[in-house]
Design a binder for this molecule. Structure first.
Ligand code: GDG
Length: 474
């Protein structure tokens, strides 16, 4: 019989209604498993959203969810402040993205992070059975792998980091760097998006713990921990389904009409400081200034999904972006045309697919990004017959995706002139070159979408030897 798979992430892939019923949400990890063809029974463990205090009867909700193989870890408002907003998002997130000056440190947040990781461990250990595979996701849960080692059960534990793993010079800034590393080394397999992140992790192990490792493994605590670079793919099947919908042609037609004959340059991102939206706007300003003949021809559409609203830093970012957009439109707009459209909301997946398909150019310029799925989704949804000509991807060299997408125009997102010139170069690029570039990338990423990525990680976990077969070398 196939081993059970427990998928563990900070956030559950479900929406909980007031009466406690859960519906699977599109996107994220749940969609990564689409096309993975896993026969394993799957159980989800994670935070259901909201503060525990807001639910009338968390126990009853828990019971309902359990029937759908979902195990919620309820978090109190204090835990959300300390663990989530605090340590995970205000300490670890900026450090992992090299933004040391944004990182804040607090002993209370750290205590809360430890307590919540323990809470996850308690829930998992209360349901785990001998032989289960446990796949833990992301920086919120660095300590969890080690916390699961305290049992006699034969568990196979995998950990995947969705953000970059920064250089040891940056990681060592964290006051609790050694505990974090020991925590994650409790896993049997640790995966990263790129070989650079893996290299940084290995040098951090050496610097901080004094532990030598091989390219793809380390002996730690009497067992072998496998290390791997496994770049995540996008949800190819999900986007394909959208584009096969009967009404897809109508959705495309509606958006085409909105464009009013202008050439579409698209950006899609959560409004997060790592995504470099103000820097992108500076480059757009520069492009329009240097190339006034394009002002009436192109439209830059920035879809910015709101992120962490209510957090001061993020609210300031929103205002900064709105101001910059207003300034550009004031300077370069004309009656009836604003060159930049800032759409501060999420769109249904089919609309996103239609916009990807209609774009002539996609501008993906994060200051740092673990992978960046938008770049892959754009390439996959591009259809010459919809856009009229093959599209071009401008991609930040500081996104993990840059290691794979070598046929994109790669730019340094901090270099305003370089990005502005890349926009002009892309718009003027002959169709033949566009076609050559995009087809090379499409072939590759349609094979390596999220399904095979998840399947291969789970297959690796299945191969982890049982406890008694592991060799103790110490
Ligand atoms: C983290 C890492 C890594 C965006 N707007 C809409 C919408 N989206 C979807 C996109 C894409 C996803 O959100 C964003 O994924 P990214 O990879 O670009 O970025 P993060 O959210 O920061 O994700 C990142 C990823 O984890 C996976 O490991 O690549 O580096 O930071 O799928 O399509 N979806 C819909 N409407 C929108 O308006 N439906």
């Amino acid at each position: 019989m196939k081993k059970r798979l427990l998928m563990v992430s900070n956030r559950l892939p479900v929406k909980i209604a007031a009466d406690g019923t859960a519906t699977r949400t599109a996107g994220g990890l749940a969609s990564a498993l689409e096309g993975a063809e896993l026969e394993n029974e799957q159980i989800w463990v994670g935070w259901p959203g909201g503060a525990e205090e807001e639910f009338d009867d968390p126990e009853a909700i828990s019971k309902q969810l359990n029937e759908q193989n979902t195990w919620p870890v309820f978090l109190s408002q204090a835990e959300l402040d300390g663990f989530y907003e605090g340590y995970a998002n205000s300490t670890l997130w900026p450090i992992l993205h090299y933004m040391v000056e944004r990182a804040k440190f607090s002993q209370e947040w750290w205590d809360s992070y430890k307590a919540v990781n323990q809470k996850f461990a308690d829930v998992i250990l209360s349901i785990a059975q001998d032989g289960d595979m446990i796949w833990i996701h992301d920086y919120h849960l660095f300590l969890l792998p080690e916390l699961l080692r305290g049992t006699n059960m034969n568990l196979r534990v995998g950990f995947f980091l969705h953000t970059p793993f920064c250089s040891s010079e940056v990681f060592r800034v964290l006051p609790h760097r050694a505990e974090l590393l020991r925590g994650v080394l409790g896993a049997d397999i640790i995966g990263f998006h790129t070989s650079s992140y893996l290299r940084h992790f290995r040098s951090t192990l050496l610097r901080v713990l004094g532990k030598e490792s091989e390219m793809d493994s380390i002996w730690y605590g009497g067992r072998e921990v496998r290390l791997l670079a496994a770049p995540i793919g996008h949800n190819h099947l999900g986007f394909q389904k959208c584009m096969e919908r009967e009404d897809f042609g109508e959705i495309v037609a509606e958006h085409r009409e909105e464009l009013n004959g202008k050439r579409l340059v698209l950006s899609v991102e959560r409004l997060d400081y790592t995504k470099g939206v103000p820097q992108k706007l500076t480059a757009i300003h520069r492009f329009l200034k240097d190339n006034p003949e394009w002002c009436d021809e192109v439209i830059f559409v920035l879809i910015s999904v709101p992120s962490r609203q209510g957090v001061e830093e993020y609210d300031q970012l929103t205002e900064e972006v709105q101001r910059a957009v207003g300034a550009i439109n004031g300077e370069f707009g004309s009656v009836g045309h604003s060159p930049v459209q800032f759409l501060h909301r999420g769109f249904p997946p089919a609309d996103l697919a239609a916009l990807y398909a209609l774009s002539e150019l996609c501008l993906v310029t994060p200051l740092r990004d673990g992978m960046n799925l938008v770049a892959k989704e754009f390439l996959d949804c591009q259809r010459e017959e919809i856009a009229g000509r093959p599209g071009v991807l401008i991609l930040s060299e500081l996104a993990g995706a840059a290691e794979e997408l070598s046929n994109a125009i790669q730019v340094n997102p901090h270099n305003t002139e370089e990005v502005a010139d890349a926009i002009a170069r892309a718009l003027e690029m002959p169709d033949e070159e566009r076609k050559f570039r995009i087809e090379a990338m499409q072939r590759r990423l349609r094979l390596r979408h999220s399904g095979p990525w998840a399947q291969s990680f789970v297959e690796d976990l299945e191969k982890v030897p049982a406890r008694e077969q592991r060799v103790a070398v110490f």
